[in-house]
Write a protein that binds this ligand. Sequence first.
Ligand code: COA
Length: 339
Amino acid sequence: MRTQDAPGFAGRRAAVLCGLGGYLPSRVLDNAELSGRMDTSDEWIRTRTGIAERRIADDMSTVDMAVEAGRAALNSAGLDRVDALVLATSTPDYVCPASAPQVAAALGLSGIAAFDVNAVCSGFVYALATAAGMISAGISGSVLVVGADKFSAVVDPGDRGTAPIFGDGAGAIVLRAGAPAEDGALGPFDLHSEGEGTDLLYVPAGGVRQRFAAEEQDNFLVMQGQKVFRQACARMAESSRAVLDRAGWDVAEVDRFVGHQANIRILDAVAKKLGLPAEAVVANIGTVGNTVAASVPLALLDGVKEGHLVPGHRVVVSAFGAGLTWGSTVLRWPEVTPG
Ligand code: COA
């Protein structure tokens, strides 16, 4: 058996996962309710996406959900203070300023470094890389990394192409400085973007190009589902392979694949491309849908709660999202009790 002292891990101060938490709003929107609202069915949504229900934040904002998830992760780590907070979101409470300082203040962490990272569904992996870099460089000793999105605010509630897919939520982890050989030490990262694909998945209005929507429809997410599907399968598989190579791990050594939860068929296809057995796939999409930047930490949380992810497991984490953006990392799962 190889240890984590493979080339991608050696000779650096590592960022070690030591806390995990999440938050889901209480309102459940199931497929039956959606079917009453648009031309779709429970059977179509389940078989084409793997989703049975999702949560809707209603009057809670992205910051509100991020605070709850952040608090849970700090409890899990047994910490009441961290040096920095990185929030992955593409649905911030305001266009300006970033939401992270508000989350930090609500958690009693005023004064710490706090900023947002926007890489949409890959946001959490990008935020992990940013936080791990801050720790490795000695800028911070501990970082709270939160992924939170309220996509119900940008999805057309009557669009059968997008409304069944997305749900609201927040997930968080705490990283601390440690040694590369420890369980929980984040391995190498693989990160990419391709701006040529912006129009495959975007919200036309709200930014400075079109501050206020000319047509009401411009306020809502536009998605070319099939093209996104194909890209997600190819890019997550490619990136997972790259990061495994960098870490010096064989595919046969991987116990769990925690991919961005966009569609169960995407997760299964990526596992197949990698040569991983179906049991390696950690999936909670059935009950939460695609929670965007919250997707990866909520899947990790569900994996632990369901006993599907246990200490010592070799885990590949991979995500793909609008931008286009994608990225991956690896870690050996640590002993951690969700907060
Ligand atoms: N209910 C019933 N029928 C639906 C439907 C729905 N909710 N959505 C689409 N359809 C219909 C289409 O109109 C089409 O009908 P037609 O054959 O008569 O034209 C048929 O189902 C197939 O549509 P298609 O778009 O090819 O379906 P699909 O198998 O590609 O599934 C998605 C659609 C959106 C579920 C799928 O493309 C997907 O998951 N894409 C990736 C989305 C994603 O991951 N986004 C976030 C990335 S981070």
